[in-house]
Design a protein. Sequence first.
Length: 138
Amino acid sequence: MKTPFILPVRIYYEDTDAGGVVYHSNYLNFFERARTEMLRNLGFEQNELRQKSGIIFAVRNIEIDYLRPAKFDDLIYVSAEILHKKKASLTFEQTIKCGEITLCTCSCRIACLNVDNLKPTAIPDFLFDAFLIKNNEH
């Protein structure tokens, strides 16, 4: 059974609207942080991938379903799990929970791009292998 990467995030006043509810676009930031921290947890820094491997990652498609609001001072848990792997893209399944309550779900396809021409390129084997190993550990 696969276990998703989980990032705890405290909701600050700056994340909310005047009513103390998290503004809808901030969920995108939380999902992005979880994907970045998942990569870091695997031992890869995005700036190093750019400099040494000539690749960057960009959101190709994202679908979000807002179920319940997060509020000021909540401690939320943002998950990131790779659902599909292709030669030049990854599809993440992500959730945001507060305790056991699911607040938001997301499906996000990330494209691997050549840093010089911004065209799709194959995910390097060493990185692709790290995703396979991580998924097979659970």
